[in-house]
Design a protein around this ligand. Structure first.
Ligand SMILES: Nc1ncnc2c1ncn2[C@@H]1O[C@H](COP(=O)(O)OP(=O)(O)OP(=O)(O)O)[C@@H](O)[C@H]1O
Ligand SMILES: [Mg+2]
Length: 404
């Protein structure tokens, strides 16, 4: 972080329009080929159910680190076209998304997709899909690099239940907010996930002797403490920022973390917490065998509190929960722009569906004031009359998109 206290008064002088300028999809879900030229302004995409609105937002989410807005398997994205002679489905061999990205006034070409490779598996060669990422034509090895050029925050109808279900989606939501400020965080969370799987498999297979397991635990503890520290920093940054924001239709929230490692960092130096974590993983080897949960940064929960109502988010109404989420992403957008100069792209899937007229217009006004590229989908274009003079409108029909 740049050091000085972030303040929304200087937002307008700081913001440099950023986002996706040209987007091309090839064999991506329902699109054989789609090309879109966009301005760095709000983009309203309308179409009937099942026409491919969410698929476009998903494609953009693949230009940032991670598994995209649906967390889909790479193979599910390959375009399925019904076979002519049988009832089978024939997926395309690959898929690709490419785009010209504008970041702080500079343009970069980003491309991603899958490549089929073969791998030896129990003496047999099998084909598997691998995601590749190219920046200005050069293949890169770590997806986290994408975070230097584009960051995206999304809200989808599935996230209406974010505060009610298990902690995993909340943790991913928070981790994505961290990526924007600390691009190493994407690498850390993905490394931790790989190490956790390896650790789990080793214990399950009974290979618990030797140094291998201990060295994995040491690495997990080191990365785990770094993950916890980065999450804490993001929560503190957002809480400080939100306190100075107006408490209006999108109410002020208080964010917190519930996690052993994160809480320990309140009172202990990181090095001591790391030692504790190593010991704790050793003790928890038996939990893997008895299928009990393993405590650590893989279980941390992200808690949200509606300040004025003094109510935890999970007890709020559906509409209120959506407003709380909107508050968080608006604060993150401003905070990130003030810190980095370039704002995130917002991917708002059916975001106005559960909002009353007052909230819908308030959200659209905030998006206009933020001066950002927000991709907004809806089945009803008439809800966006107030955006006519500042947005691009597209309509999807028959797997093709047209500017209207
Ligand atoms: N791999 C694939 N190949 C071809 N079509 C697919 C693939 N995956 C999904 N689809 C189809 O893409 C279509 C568009 O899906 P999408 O979720 O983008 O629709 P939508 O416009 O957002 O609809 P809704 O308004 O209901 O949310 C759906 O009919 C879906 O079945
Ligand atoms: Mg949809």
């Amino acid at each position: 972080m740049s050091g000085e206290v972030l303040n929304s008064d200087s937002y307008q002088e700081t913001v440099v329009k950023s986002g996706v300028k040209r987007l091309t999809l090839t064999d991506f879900r329902n699109y054989a080929y789609l090309r879109l030229n966009t301005a760095l302004n709000p983009i309203i995409i309308t179409g009937e159910n099942g026409t491919g609105k969410t698929n476009i937002l998903e494609a953009i989410s693949f230009l940032t680190p991670g598994r995209g807005l649906r967390g889909a398997k790479l193979s599910d994205i390959k375009r399925i076209s019904p076979a002519l002679v049988s009832n089978d489905y024939v997926p395309s061999a690959t898929w690709a998304v490419s785009a010209t990205i504008c970041t702080n006034g500079e343009e970069t070409e980003i491309g991603t997709g899958v490549e089929s490779s073969t791998r030896e598996y129990e003496d047999e060669m099998r084909a598997y899909d691998r995601r590749i990422v190219k920046i200005d034509g050069q293949k890169i090895t770590s997806q986290s690099e994408l975070g230097r050029y584009l960051s995206a925050i999304w809200l989808t109808p599935q996230m209406d239940r974010l505060f009610r279900g298990g902690s995993q989606p909340r943790r991913s939501f928070l981790d994505r907010l961290v990526y924007a400020f600390d691009i190493e965080h994407a690498k850390r969370t993905s490394n931790f996930e790989h190490l956790y799987k390896e650790w789990f498999q080793l214990i399950k297979s009974g290979k618990t002797d030797g140094h291998w397991l201990a060295s994995i635990e040491e690495e997990m503890a080191g990365i785990g403490v770094a993950i916890a520290a980065a999450r804490r920093e993001q929560i503190a940054r957002l809480n400080t920022f939100i306190q100075k924001e107006p408490d209006d239709v999108f109410p002020n929230v208080e964010l917190s973390l519930e996690g052993t490692i994160e809480q320990m960092l309140d009172s202990k130096p990181a090095i001591d917490v790391e030692d504790y974590y190593i010991g704790s993983l050793q003790k928890q080897r038996k939990n893997v065998l008895y299928s009990e949960f393993v405590d650590g940064v893989n279980r941390t929960d992200f808690k949200v509190f509606y300040k004025k109502k003094r109510m935890p988010a999970e007890l709020c109404s559906t509409g209120e929960q959506k407003s709380l989420l909107i508050s968080i992403i608006l604060a993150q957008t401003k905070c990130q722009t003030l810190d980095k100069g370039f704002p995130p792209v917002l991917l708002l899937d059916e975001v106005v569906a559960h909002l009353d007229d007052v909230k819908r217009e308030a959200l659209l006004e905030k998006i206009r004031d933020l001066n950002i590229q927000a991709w907004i989908t809806s089945t009803d274009a008439s809800l966006f009359e107030s955006m006519r003079d500042c947005s691009q409108f597209f309509e999807i029909r028959n797997n093709q998109i047209e500017e209207i």
